[in-house]
Design a protein around this ligand. Structure first.
Ligand code: PLP
Length: 395
C-alpha cells in the first residue's frame, strides 16, 4: 500500500488518539525506514519498547522457530515450560524479596494489577487510599490513570477515589499524605512521561522507610525504566532499594505486548485465586519472547554498550546546552533515558530533528525525550548530536 493510502485510511477511520507522524516500512537495529525507504535513527524507540532494536537476528530466528514448531499460544490455565522458564529468569534478576509473578499485556495493566493486589493485601482497610506523585505517569486504564497526574489525560473520566499526589523527591510531602487508610505508595524511579526527572539518591530509601514504618507496600513502576533503559537492568539497582511490588512492561519481551507485576509471597498470597486474571497475559509466545529478549540483553552485554553510548551522549548534550543557554534549559536522565528540556515548546524542534533523520519523543510540551534502542551504535549517536547541533545553530 502506498504512503498516501495508508494515511488516508488511518486518518479517516482510526480513533485519532495518536499524533501520527510518518508511515514506517521496516526497521533494523536502531534504524527505522519510512515507506519511501528514508532511514531514521530511532530515538523514540517505540516509546521505549525497542530495547533490543528492530529485527534482531536471534529474536527473529527464535520467534519464527517457535511458531514453526507449533508451540502453544494458550492461556494461563495450562502449565507451560516457556512461562516457567521466564518466571525463573525474571526472579533471578529482580530483588530477592520478590517471588511471585503475574503476567499482563501492558504497562497500565501491570499497575492496575499492583493496585488490586495492594487492595487485597490491605483488605481490612475500608476507604483505601494510594499515594502517588505529581508529574507521575502510570497508564491510561482507570485505576492507573487515577495515579497519573497530568490533567489533560484525566479530564472527564471517573476514578477510584483516594489517590493523592505528593511532591516528587520530597519524602516529607509523601509522609504528610499517608494516613491509616493508605494502602500503598507508587513511584517511577525516573519520571518519564512527566519530563524525565530522576529520583534523588535518597528518595526511594526514604519512601522504603516510610512504607516499612506504616506496614504498606512500596510499588516501583519500572514500566519505562526497566530492562536496561537507565544503565542497569532495573533502575532500582541505582538506589539499592527493594520494592514490595515491581511493575514491568515495555522492554520486557522484545516488542511483543507483555507486562508483569512481581510481588512478595505475602502480597500474592492475599490475592484469592481467580480474583484477578486475563486471557492473553500468561501466553507462552510472549513468555518465549521475554526469554529471548532478556538473553540478548544479557549475553550481548547491551547494558554495558548502552552505558558507553550514554557516557558519550550526556557530555555532548551538556556541551550543547552550554552553547545554547537561551534555547536549552537542562539535560536530565539516566542511561539511555534522556530528557532535553527546552525553554519553549518543542513541536518545531521535533519536526526539525525528524527532517534531519532523527525520530524523538516528547515528555510534556518542552522536553525532547530520547529512548533509543540499547543497540544504537556510537556512529548513530554521533549523528544524533550532529542533528541537534544543526538545528540549534539555526536558532
Ligand atoms: N507506567 C509508566 C512509567 C509508563 O511510562 C507507561 C507508559 O508510557 C505506563 C505505565 C503505561 O504503559 P502502557 O502504555 O504499556 O499501558
Amino acid at each position: 500500500m502506498d504512503a498516501e493510502r495508508i494515511i488516508e485510511i488511518e486518518d479517516a477511520h482510526d480513533s485519532h488518539q495518536f499524533n501520527k507522524k510518518i508511515p514506517l516500512l521496516h526497521g533494523e537495529g536502531a534504524i527505522l525506514y519510512g515507506q519511501d525507504g528514508t532511514p531514521f535513527i530511532d530515538c523514540a524507540g517505540a516509546h521505549g519498547v525497542a530495547t533490543i532494536g528492530y529485527a534482531h537476528p536471534r529474536f527473529v530466528e527464535e520467534m519464527c522457530a517457535y511458531l514453526q514448531d507449533k508451540r502453544p499460544i494458550t492461556c494461563g490455565h495450562y502449565y507451560d515450560e516457556n512461562r516457567a522458564e521466564f518466571i525463573e529468569k525474571l526472579l533471578a534478576v529482580v530483588p530477592k524479596n520478590l517471588n511471585r509473578v503475574f503476567f499482563g499485556n501492558s504497562g497500565t495493566e501491570a499497575v492496575e494489577a499492583a493496585f488490586k493486589f495492594a487492595m487485597k493485601y490491605k483488605k481490612d482497610i475500608k476507604d483505601k487510599e494510594i499515594v502517588a506523585f505529581k508529574r507521575a505517569f502510570h497508564g491510561r486504564t482507570l485505576g492507573a490513570l487515577a495515579a497519573t497526574f497530568e490533567p489533560r489525560y484525566r479530564d472527564d473520566y471517573v476514578f477510584i477515589p483516594g489517590v493523592k499526589h505528593a511532591s516528587y523527591n520530597d519524602a516529607e510531602s509523601a509522609r504528610s499524605l499517608v494516613n491509616e487508610n493508605t494502602i500503598a505508595i507508587i513511584l517511577e524511579l525516573v519520571q518519564g512521561e512527566g519530563g524525565v526527572y530522576p529520583a534523588n539518591d535518597d528518595f526511594p530509601a526514604a519512601l522504603r522507610e516510610l512504607c516499612d514504618e506504616k506496614g504498606i507496600p512500596l510499588i516501583f513502576d519500572e514500566v519505562q525504566t526497566g530492562f536496561g533503559r537507565t544503565g542497569k537492568l532495573f533502575c532500582l539497582e541505582h538506589y539499592g532499594v527493594q520494592p514490595d511490588i515491581l511493575c514491568l512492561a515495555k522492554g520486557i519481551a522484545g516488542g511483543i505486548p507483555m507486562g508483569a507485576t512481581i510481588t512478595t509471597d505475602a502480597i500474592m498470597d492475599a490475592v484469592t485465586p481467580g480474583s484477578h486474571g486475563n486471557t492473553f497475559g500468561e501466553n507462552p509466545f510472549a513468555c518465549h519472547a521475554g526469554i529471548v529478549s532478556l538473553d540478548i540483553i544479557q549475553q550481548e552485554h547491551l547494558i554495558e554498550h548502552a552505558n558507553k553510548i550514554s557516557e558519550y551522549l550526556f557530555p555532548a548534550l551538556h556541551a550543547l546546552a552550554e552553547q545554547h543557554p537561551s534555547t536549552i534549559k537542562e539535560i536530565r536522565g539516566k542511561g539511555l533515558m534522556i530528557g532535553v528540556q527546552f525553554r519553549n515548546k518543542i513541536n518545531e524542534v521535533m519536526q526539525a530533528l525528524q527532517d534531519e533523520g532523527v525520530l524523538v519523543l516528547n515528555a510534556g510540551v518542552t522536553v525532547v525525550r530520547l529512548l533509543p534502542p540499547l543497540v544504537i551504535t556510537m556512529d548513530q549517536a554521533k549523528q544524533v548530536i550532529e542533528a541537534f547541533e544543526k538545528i540549534l545553530d539555526r536558532e
